[in-house]
Design a protein around this ligand. Sequence first.
Ligand code: ADP
Ligand code: MG
Length: 704
Amino acid sequence: MEKTKTTSVPEEFGSQVFNDKVMKERLPKDIYKAVKKTIENGTHLELDVANTVAAVMKEWALEHGATHFTHWFQPMTGLTAEKHDSFISPTGNGGVIMEFSGKELVKGEPDASSFPSGGLRATFEARGYTAWDPSSPAFIKDGSLYIPTAFCSYGGEALDKKTPLLRSMEALSKESVKMLHLLGDADVTHVDTTVGSEQEYFLIDKDLYLKRKDLVMCGRTLLGASAPKGQEMEDHYFGVLKPKVSEYMHDLDHELWKLGVPAKTKHNEVAPSQHELAPIFETANVAADHNQLTMEIMKKVADKHNYACLLHEKPFEGINGSGKHNNWSIVTDTGINLLDPGKTPAENTEFLTFLAATIAAVDDYADLMRISVASAGNDHRLGANEAPPAVISIFVGDELEAVLESIINDTDFKAAEKTQMGMGAHVLPHITKDTTDRNRTSPFAFTGNKFEFRMPGSSLSVADPNVVLNTAVAEELSQMFEKLKDVPAEEFDEKLHALIKEMLTEHKRIIFNGNGYTDEWIAEAEKRGLYNLKSLPDAMPRLLVDKNVKLFVDHKIFTKVEIESRYEIYLENYAKTIHIESLALQEMVKKDFTAGLLAYQKVISDEAAKKKELLPDLTCGYETDLMKTLDTESEAIMTELKKLDADTAKAETIEEPLEKGKFYHEVVLEDMSSLRGAVDVAEAIIPDQYLPYPTYDSLLFSLR
Ligand code: ADP
Ligand code: MG
């Protein structure tokens, strides 16, 4: 890793990116304009324009040391995929020249047959294609030009996470613009969804990591007794960065900056060895690409620093897992943040409209929001005491809640002295940030000028939750528009106010400002009729209910076939994940743990025998006690191992995806937990030196 940086950060930032600045400098004026138009309005790019862009892009890439190009996409694995082609083209006399055409820039044809496609595989041919997303800039990494693309089947069905995200941003833009025009804001032609995703991660020593099969294969520890110290002292959160960790973060920032990722904040998190990185927010699809890059670069830089970076949602039992907070808002092309309450009543009308739409969206589609963050990993986190519950609710803060109450009850809102602005139920005070950002336990919190969705797990693609949010809000706006579009001008304000009141009254059950981590809230949520979908198999059937299918189909996000394929992919992925975990756990217990157990038992019995030989009257009570405990646990371990083995085999015979997922959840995961329980009791009394893998103490407290 290069240490001495001669360039300044502004020079370094985006130096590997074919960004607007580069395009403006290098593209002919008319071509630059055409590309900008495509980026801003999503219009079609003519082939001759694409050819010129490709030629300029290639020259730039060669200057930056690239020899290859790749279409970079985000298949349903949740990871990114890439296949590299070199620029070389034979000249006929044994030499080569470097070539790159507009066609190669715009479209690629990777073999799609090995990517998850759910039921789609049966209905489409193996070929898929990737299509350039010009709104996310190309960049250079490891000698290749990376071209962000969307990935579809030959029939046009989405096989990736980006296509629906782009479609949902379009849907939200369309409905927002309609609504804004109706509200009298005629200048707006387009809105963007903005996303800032805070990324949590763990760093552990690489050598220790490599000795744990569970971490290497599954990303989380499947067994292991707790360390005497966890996070109870709360001494890690925002604590002083350790020098080596600080060096890592420093390099990470620079690597990300070169790629144009606006990494902004870094700090220690609650759990030992846990950290967070937050970027400055960007347009949702760019933010999604940049978050994927961030995760990749985090791992890569960790490797160079002799660390392993864990992005699993729950790498260690008993201490906090990792999330990815999705900060979300909507901004117009005239620069207005529609979720900023602002200071004037006129803006407040827009704000209240979009706020009401968002509240209604989250209530009406809470089941989809839950599904959008469901994964085998995140199931361990949601509902655990450090993470939001699986129940979706909205935190708006006391001040905003008082405003909403005043609208619902037709009373004048009396703002607190310091923020008093104007009166009248539809006139808001300026909502100061410190009155909105206090509740860290809410799954979906209003934080001043944006909403923060805190349920996404650390390894999730942010595309997933934003597809649901964008589409659901688009739907509510569209319903509002239908109710208001024919209202005469003189009645408009009154009717709008009445509609907002009606929506808030209907959806106020989703608003909860209290502590989301308590059992009382779970009971209360049930009374309010809110969903509590605890696991992926619990949640997944909701994807196929009529209202949800209709939502996606109406807004052209997914066809019914695409939804069904996704349903299968998520369940398949869930079952596969737990299947691998089960096998990894069994192997670790049978080989690694057992080796340690037997070695220690031998030492104890040898010691006891030696003592007895020397002094036959000794009781050897301590040794006997240890032996007995280890023996009892060994019996339990053997029984649990057999059960896990048999149940895992049984799970694999189940064909129907939901039934299979449920069996893994209800039976196999339970078996794993029982087996782990017995192993952990024994492990806690076996000295580290007998175990071939590092224990929690060293994993969590080894960083310097
Ligand atoms: P914190 O939550 O730590 O107080 P901020 O509220 O400033 O910090 O920002 C948290 C994240 O939210 C950052 O990634 C930031 O860029 C992002 N963010 C801020 N404003 C918006 C917005 N309008 N839309 C989307 N994300 C935003
Ligand atoms: Mg935050």
